[in-house]
Design a protein around this ligand. Structure first.
Ligand code: C2E
Ligand code: MG
Ligand code: MG
Ligand code: MG
Length: 292
């Protein structure tokens, strides 16, 4: 039976590996079922323009209501979805869901801002992703200027030629492109400017170190200067404290997202942000202006 199914993975017996592969298989089948049963939800995290204090975008982030496990974060299932290929179906679902949500907000007459969609390495390796994005755009009727894709620096640099072609196609649809987790991969600076990227997102590990790690602070300053030198916008990820916000603002960072402003929120809570940032977010920005 094992042979017909593609052969056993291991030529020696190990109870540990059996457990591991069993867990892995049950996670995969739970993901497949979950997708069919509608157990996934897209959350949205606000991004704030540091000069104006206005909402400048929303990043869509997937969550899984796994029966018996509560709300499951992407770290716990995106790797398995990648390894098994389920990421294609799951990723397509998340993309269409985010676009439909933005279209609903837009029909309600809410002041819409661009929504960013994350693409994983495997999604980027399959050119059908361009068809998904094109179809989502056509079906939702959204202006492409309201859409952005994020791919990580390591995804972009993995196969530079492939990334260049893919990004050109996505850019051709009118989407803007952000380079996620900047600073954690190995960018060729020459390549960076050839890709159709309009935004760098500084990885949260550097933002997190701003206050007590001189190297991290230097990297953040350098990333802001690099982005601006290449005519890109720069967004800081994972901003949690007022002093990180102050540093970013003083060094000319364009926008920030993080728990200081808001966690990723279910659509109906994110909706409240569309009529303007709530008082605590405005307060954080005003403290910058007032120098308090
Ligand atoms: P990412 O795109 O770099 O997303 C940023 C992560 O930082 C999110 O984790 C967000 O919840 C978290 N975060 C935001 N602000 C803060 C903060 O102030 N402090 C801390 N400690 N964390 C903060 P999340 O939602 O768990 O997502 C993890 C990763 O999963 C994402 O990293 C992204 O690579 C991937 N992902 C999420 N949704 C999707 C999706 O729909 N499709 C694909 N392909 N990948 C996704
Ligand atoms: Mg998380
Ligand atoms: Mg992202
Ligand atoms: Mg990131």
């Amino acid at each position: 039976r094992g042979k017909i199914a593609g052969g056993r993975r291991y030529t020696f017996h190990s109870p540990e590996l059996d457990t591991w592969s069993h867990d892995r298989l049950s996670l995969e089948s739970a993901l497949r079922h979950g997708l069919v049963k509608g157990e996934f939800e897209v959350f949205y995290q606000p991004q704030i323009n540091l000069a104006s204090g206005n909402l400048t975008g929303l990043e869509s982030l997937i969550r899984w209501h796994r029966p018996g496990s509560g709300l499951v974060q992407p770290e716990a299932f995106i790797p398995a979805a990648e390894a098994s290929g389920i990421i294609h179906g799951l990723g397509d679902w998340a993309i269409i869901e985010a676009m439909e949500q933005l279209a609903r907000w837009s029909r309600e007459g809410l002041a819409t801002v661009p929504v960013a969609i994350n693409l994983s390495a495997r999604q980027c390796a399959d050119t059908s992703i361009v068809d998904t994005l094109r179809k989502g755009l056509a079906d939702s009727g959204l202006a492409p200027s309201l859409l952005k894709v994020e791919l990580t620096e390591s995804t972009a640099m993995r196969d530079a030629g492939l990334a260049a072609d893919l990004l050109q196609d996505i850019h051709g649809l009118g989407f803007s492109i952000a380079l996620d987790d900047f600073g954690t991969g190995h960018s060729s600076l020459a390549l960076l400017q050839r890709l159709s990227i309009s935004e760098l997102k500084i990885d949260q590990r550097f933002v997190n170190g701003i206050d007590d790690n001189g190297n991290d602070a230097a990297i953040v300053r350098g990333a802001i200067a690099l982005a601006h030198g290449l005519d890109m916008r720069v967004v800081a990820e994972g901003v949690e404290t007022q002093s990180q916000l102050r540093f970013l603002s003083e060094h000319g960072c364009d926008a920030a997202q993080g728990y200081l402003f808001a966690q990723p929120l279910p659509a109906d809570e994110a909706r409240n942000w569309l009529s303007g940032p709530p008082p605590h977010a405005l307060h954080a920005i005003r403290r910058l202006a007032g120098g308090l």
